[in-house]
Design a protein around this ligand. Structure first.
Ligand SMILES: *[C@@H]1O[C@H](CO)[C@@H](O)[C@H](O)[C@H]1NC(C)=O
Ligand SMILES: *[C@@H]1O[C@H](CO)[C@@H](O)[C@H](O)[C@H]1NC(C)=O
Length: 494
């Protein structure tokens, strides 16, 4: 009887008339989402969030039919006016600009790529301090040194909210300047059926996702924070990723923003082999825009990744005029390029996540342009190799800023390649109990089960490779210079 009922119900649901221009996938998604709202406390906020999700989903279904790919032949290099050199900016900034500034960090990321289960920003990175500790200290120094009161906004996701609150709570003196707010929570979608994974609003965390940092614009509006900033007389918003400790407030860029009246500035920097996935700035039909790898026709992906043609990439350090942001949001809302990510869920199903990135907002702003900044403004930690660099003696914290050691002969950092045994932070910490000195290191490759003793120095090119099932212990106090070690070694004498 109930099976028959279900069948009838399904048949009925299928036969629902479609609105003009609305495809069947969209209709069934709306229907499924509609069933969620019954049991929740603040259906208004939830409905607003689902409306945003449905908008993204509808551009996804539309693109399945007609994929909007850029016309590759129309892509041109940016002009010097479109990407300005940092060296050409005013030599310093007016302190008064800081009165109109607010700083925002994207803090929604889990460190899953490094095997972390919590917020990446709560990971200890240097001198016993987490990313968040250092960011909060950077803001404290900025405010004290300039006798100003620049607020710090932390955008968290449902994954990172609790960890963030825990770290912020430790900084009693700074807490009144810090605002945390949640970004949206969207349902993951089964790739085969295009139905939502969650069955109800309180279904498993794993069935939901935070839809990327492009969500910031809507979150600022929905939380009322955008209006609050305007009421406080704030005009400029500096946003960046919380795992990039190089993204400190820069008075020259801020001064340039004030003088040039640009509504949006994107900091870009030289592309290395490690950054080939990053978005780049292009001149398209005479307009500057961000080109992401997802928009590149497959036959041109190699061109896109080449550092010869596209020399710079987006650091995600963005400077936004707050009133202009309000204008864009009031006018037509923030249309952003869709990014589709596929994942395999723990139940083995392939799911998709529809996301957006903050940088693609650029095209909605007047006089938007890039500033080509030194690499020191981009020090992200995406892998344990990045973490090793920052933890080493190559960098020190001075006034909460990461500074490359003056003893280093070159302005560049060594190339570090760690194998599979160093993919997650726990394994990394187990093997790098002590961080070697690296001031004179050019290149390091470590694969297999290698353990570092206290006070090891690495110089030049060092390659250490333990064979499968073998272990190498690098003894305390030793110096390895231009050495290749492999096999199964108990190193006692070198
Ligand atoms: C933000 O999300 C967390 C975790 O989902 C929740 O506990 C908290 O109440 C939310 N905060 C607000 C202001 O909605
Ligand atoms: C570390 O090793 C160097 C030689 O590489 C030695 O001069 C120094 O005394 C050692 N320091 C400690 C703390 O063991």
């Amino acid at each position: 009887m109930s099976a028959l009922f279900l069948l009838l119900h399904l048949l009925h649901a299928r036969r629902k008339p479609l609105k003009v221009g609305e495809d069947e996938n969209m209709a069934q998604m709306k229907d499924a989402i509609g069933h969620f709202t019954g049991a929740i406390e603040s259906p208004k906020a939830f409905k607003a969030e689902m409306k945003l999700f449905l908008r993204l989903f509808s551009s996804y279904t539309a693109q399945r039919i007609e994929r909007r790919i850029l016309d590759w032949d129309k892509i041109q290099a940016t002009t010097p006016n479109q990407v300005i050199k940092y060296e050409d900016l005013p030599a310093s900034g007016n302190v008064k600009n800081l009165l109109k500034l607010a700083v925002l960090k994207f803090n929604g990321g889990l460190g899953t790529s490094m095997g972390l289960t919590g917020a990446k920003s709560a990971l200890e990175v240097k001198d016993g301090l987490t990313f968040l500790d250092i960011i909060i200290q950077q803001m404290k120094d900025l405010n004290e040194q300039n006798a100003v009161d620049v607020p710090l906004l932390l955008m968290t996701s449902f994954h990172t909210h609790d960890d963030t609150i825990r770290v912020v709570r430790k900084h009693a003196g700074e807490r009144q300047r810090i605002t945390t707010f949640n970004q949206s929570r969207f349902p993951r979608v089964y790739k085969d059926t295009l139905l939502p994974c969650p069955q109800s609003v309180d279904d498993d965390k794993e069935k939901w996702y935070p839809p990327g940092h492009g969500d910031v614009y809507n979150a600022l509006v929905h939380t009322g924070l955008l209006d609050q900033l305007i009421a406080q007389g704030k005009e400029y918003l500096f946003v960046s990723n919380s795992d990039n400790l190089g993204a400190t407030v820069d008075d020259r860029i801020l001064q340039h923003m004030v003088e040039s009246k640009a509504e949006f500035i994107m900091e870009v920097t030289d592309k290395t082999r490690a950054d080939i996935q990053g978005g780049t700035l292009i001149n398209y039909d005479g307009h500057i825009r961000l080109l992401e790898i997802t928009q590149v026709p497959s036959e041109h992906v190699e061109d896109f990744q080449s550092a010869r043609r596209f020399k710079v990439f987006n650091t995600n350090n963005l400077w936004i005029n707050i009133k202009s942001l309000k204008r864009v949001m009031n006018h037509a809302g923030m249309g952003l390029d869709l990014i589709t990510k596929e994942k395999v869920a723990s139940d083995g199903h392939t799911v998709i996540q529809l996301e957006t990135a903050a940088g693609s907002a650029m095209r909605h702003f007047n006089s938007a342009h890039g500033v080509h900044v030194p690499r020191s403004r981009f020090l992200p930690v995406k892998t344990c190799s990045d973490l090793l660099l920052l933890k080493s003696d190559l960098f020190s914290l001075q006034n909460a800023r990461l500074v490359l050691s003056a003893e280093r002969m070159f302005a560049t950092t060594p190339v570090i390649k760690l194998g599979e045994h160093y993919r997650n932070v726990a394994e990394f910490q187990e093997r790098f109990k002590y961080i070697p000195d690296m001031i004179d290191l050019d290149h390091l490759t470590v694969t297999g089960d290698v353990h570092f003793g206290r006070n090891v120095t690495l110089r030049g090119t060092v390659i250490i490779s333990a064979g499968e099932g073998h272990r190498i212990d690098v003894p305390p106090g030793c110096t390895l210079e231009n050495r290749l070690l492999s096999g199964d070694l108990k190193l006692t004498e070198l």
